[in-house]
Design a protein around this ligand. Structure first.
Ligand code: SER
Length: 881
């Protein structure tokens, strides 16, 4: 029997032998396409080739592609578990022709692979074709000798494949596998692949890519007819391994076995609880691959899916009996099994497991409370005769206990309830609206204004020059266009051409000036409220300016250079972090200012001293190497192929700017940089901290900023030296001496304090009463705790000989009394325990203990004195008798 990994290899090798280039699976996050949630088919990475927008050095390709099909909202996530063939994450095997072969060859290859390479019985294979695709219908008969009655013609829904509302599409031909008459569930006669029936499994879809659907809905022919095929890897594996469910293949069994082992369940118990087991197996794969591709759990978009799936698995784990986090353990099995082929999993093993455990722990801390809340709601609904959980409650579960809607829906379903999902959405929308209106009002208003003005694009010259002659295209004062502005006014200026860089990609806007005859304008910032328009925030220092004026626009070069030092250093830092911490340490945000830089990246734990030093060291070594910084504009795809780091989920244009630093760093970036790294001078990390789950922030300085920082620290060191009266280099030794002296003094003070306290205490001895041959002493004393009271009693008893001592104090708000009686008086019938009991009653408490030593405590501190008095009276009475 073939193992899944042998099947994958067989497929890729089969097509490689037939002239196909084996292309690596692309990431689950579609490159350069923020509109598509996840890569959901093998053709996604080839979309632009089909459309004729991109060329590759090959015209045939084959892949095993990582895919996710789940949208977070409208998905059939509920089918994952109950269904034997549904998955969130799956692999798709495919072969592709870009204007090379077409229908005939695609059908021939598929048939050869299934029947000869895999040895499937042709009698089990039933092709379907698109309604009027006679060509495909004939080819199946001619090439595969499938009799016409076994070929089914189906409509648009089944046999016309489109990537989405727009994009490449075409008629397709599917190969269905017949599991045998006995597996029929439709009960129809005849039972054919046209029926919804579990007998038929769709294993391979051959798409004859011929058209492109444009934005306006029209369908135009592609430049070249092409082929896109997709075979469900888990399904073909199930067929070849002769099992009824994908979950019984070697792709899932080891994961379920791990869960079973952790729970101590028998095979039988697992079968009885197969749904949760399958959910855990499916979801363990999904979260491992998602996090492996950098999709960390959070509340938005892709990250939300990771969170949802992970939490869903955790809840099913709870149903099975897991109490603590376990998903990292099942994820480890996934990595063990798949890490050979998908090497990114192996490389990021630790990170993946840590992220999973952290997120799982966070969720488990609210899961029980959330579930009890849900139980309460269910009970209430039952009483009121309802069966729908109100949207607001579902939202509260989401917002407070971290229950994704889908999870609430799952749990509700198990209780026979539904959820008001519309109500949930509107509660969610309200919260979003509140957040948005609080944050973004100002910015949107400005964007709106500039969109309305419809100004021509500003030409940016700032890559080549720091100064140029410009014409004023528009002046805006307080949100309204004006024709002129005079001395003392603050206005926004739009020019036809400008060297000023508008704040973008974390890099701050330039400062500088506009000058002309009798005109001086200070530019305090440059921003871009809408694409291609640069707005200069200006203050008119001298003269009057008007729309149409020609002025010299000159930016502050020193400041620009400071910013460039920090920006180029940011790229070096990014690469160094990936070298030291691992590939997962990718940028999530940055801020490049003249005096410092800030860099946010994914990583779970604080950097160790050693890691931090290594990062610093690498960056400084690259600076000393004085590597050239070069920029080049090219197509997005070429850039990515050449290894440029593109930021996650960011939308780039077709042409992108690539910034290359020697061969150490290549990034897509629109910022302004140095000519060579040597100009950075020196790089220093000044702070490293956490900024939320899985994200860390480094703050650093370079060039003049680093010089100022070092100068400042040395200045502090000098002041310290002066205070210590030390010579340079002696500071540490002096400080250590001083600290030793301080410790010595502390010890002396402590000794003296004790001596003083003892002397004060002994002064009390004079107050002891003489009662016959015995003495009696009672007093309120200073004591921090009862032990001190006891020690004092002991001390006095030794000094006074035959005596009774009663000492009291309020300790931490509680009145306490300790009574001590010398042995000789005990034999005369005095009893410390009984005396303490009397005292205790006076302070609204109680007391007792041994005859020689006992204590009392109570509530009423105001009666402490009375309590001591009571003891005194009792002792006098007893001693007199
Ligand atoms: N793109 C087609 C599908 O997803 C074939 O791979 O079914």
């Amino acid at each position: 029997m073939l193992s899944s990994s042998e099947i994958r290899t067989k497929f890729l090798e089969f097509f490689e032998e037939r002239g196909h280039t084996v292309v690596k699976s692309s990431s689950l996050v579609p490159a350069n396409d923020p509109t598509l949630l996840f890569t959901n088919a093998g053709m996604v990475q080839f979309k632009d080739i089909f459309l004729g927008l991109e060329e590759r050095p090959y015209s045939r390709a084959t892949t095993a592609q990582k895919c996710m099909r789940v949208s977070g909202k409208h998905n059939d996530l509920e089918a994952v578990g109950p269904s034997p063939t549904h998955h969130t994450f799956f692999e798709m095997l495919g072969n592709f022709s870009f204007g090379d072969y077409f229908k005939r060859q695609a059908i021939a290859y598929a048939w050869e692979f299934l029947t000869q390479e895999l040895g499937l019985d042709p009698q089990h294979l039933y092709p379907t074709v698109y309604r009027d695709d006679d060509e495909a219908f004939d080819l199946w008969q001619e090439i595969a000798h499938v009799p016409s009655e076994r070929i089914t013609r189906l409509g648009e829904k089944e046999n016309f494949w489109a990537m989405g509302d727009t994009g490449p599409c075409g008629p397709c031909s599917e190969i269905m596998y017949d599991r045998g008459r006995e597996t029929c569930t439709c009960g129809m006669e005849p039972c054919t692949p046209a029926n919804e029936c579990e007998r038929w499994i769709e294993i391979w879809n051959l798409v004859f890519m011929q058209f492109e659907t444009r934005d306006d809905g029209t369908r135009v022919p592609l430049p070249h007819p092409s082929i896109d095929t997709g075979m469900g890897f888990e399904r073909i594996t199930a067929i070849l391994q002769d099992v009824d469910s994908n979950y019984d293949t070697d792709l899932f069994v080891p994961i379920m076995d791990k869960a079973r082992e952790l729970l101590g369940h028998s095979e039988q118990t697992m079968r009885e609880n197969i749904v949760p087991y399958r959910v855990i197996a499916d979801h363990s794969r999904a979260i491992t691959f998602l996090i492996g591709d950098g999709v960390l759990p959070n509340n938005e978009g892709r990250g939300y899916v990771t969170r949802l799936i992970l939490r869903r698995a955790a809840r099913y784990g709870r149903i099975l009996g897991f109490e603590g986090p376990f998903l990292a353990k099942t994820a480890r099995i996934v990595i063990d099994m798949m890490g050979d082929h998908y090497t990114e999993l192996e490389r990021r093993r630790r990170f993946i497991c840590d992220v999973i455990t952290q997120e799982e722990e966070r969720f488990l801390s609210t899961l029980s409370v959330g579930l009890s809340r849900l139980d309460e709601l269910a009970m209430q609904l039952k009483e009121d005769g309802g069966d729908m959980i109100p949207g607001e409650e579902a939202f509260k579960l989401y917002d407070t206990y971290g229950f994704p809607l889908e999870l609430t829906r799952d749990a509700a379903q198990e209780m026979g309830l539904t959820v008001d999902e519309e109500g949930f959405e509107s509660a969610m929308a309200e919260q979003r609206e509140r957040a948005r209106s609080a944050q973004q009002f100002g910015m949107d208003a400005e964007g709106e204004l500039y969109r309305r003005l419809e100004l021509p694009s500003t030409e940016f010259r700032g890559y080549e020059t720091c100064s140029c002659e410009s014409t004023i295209m528009s002046l805006i004062k307080d949100g309204t266009p004006v024709d002129i502005a005079t001395e003392g006014e603050e206005v926004d200026v739009v020019l036809d051409v400008t060297p000023f860089y508008a704040e973008a990609g974390g890099q701050m806007g330039d400062e500088g000036r506009l000058c002309g005859e009798g005109i001086r304008v200070r530019i305090k910032d440059a921003v871009s409220p809408v694409p291609n328009i640069i707005v200069h925030r200006a203050e008119i220092v001298e003269g009057t300016i008007a729309v149409g004026d020609k002025l010299m626009a000159t930016l502050d070069e020193e400041r620009r250079l400071d910013i460039a030092r920090n920006h180029t250093a940011t790229h070096l830092l990014h690469s160094a972090l990936r070298d030291v911490l691992g590939e997962h340490a990718t940028q999530s945000g940055s801020m490049v200012a003249p005096n410092r830089l800030r860099f946010d990246f994914s990583h779970l734990s604080p950097l160790t001293e050693e890691q931090r030093t290594r990062v610093e060291h690498i960056v400084n070594a690259r600076i000393r190497e004085n590597l050239p910084v070069e920029t080049e504009t090219m197509s997005y795809d070429q850039a990515v192929r050449e290894g440029a780091i593109a930021l996650f989920g960011e939308k780039y244009g077709e042409r992108v700017r690539v910034v290359r630093i020697g061969d150490y760093s290549t990034e897509l970036c629109g910022g302004t940089h140095l000519d060579a790294t040597g100009q950075i001078g020196f790089f220093l990390i000044v702070n490293e901290s956490s900024i939320g789950s899985g994200l860390r922030r480094i703050e650093a300085v370079t060039g003049r900023g680093a010089e100022a920082y070092v100068h400042n620290r040395l200045e502090q060191l000098k002041r310290m030296r002066d205070l210590l009266s030390a010579k340079p280099g002696e500071e540490m030794a002096r400080l250590q001496d001083m600290m030793e002296q301080i410790r010595e003094r502390d010890r002396t003070i402590e000794t003296l304090r004790h001596q003083l306290a003892a002397r004060n205490v002994d002064a009390l001895l004079d107050e002891a009463l003489n009662v016959g041959d015995a003495r009696f002493l009672s007093a309120e004393v200073d004591a921090d705790n009862v032990d001190t009271l006891r020690e004092m009693c002991d001390h006095f008893r030794q000094k006074l000989g035959s005596a009774v001592i009663a000492l009291g104090n309020i300790i931490d708000g509680t009145p306490m009394v300790v009574v001590a009686v010398s042995d000789d008086l005990v034999s005369k019938g005095l009893h410390a325990g009984k005396l303490a009991n009397l005292a205790g009653q006076r302070i609204s408490g109680g007391g007792g203990g041994r005859p020689t030593m006992a204590q009392a405590g109570g509530k009423d501190g105001s009666k402490l004195n009375d309590a001591l008095e009571t003891v005194r009276e009792k002792v006098l009475e007893q001693l007199k008798n």
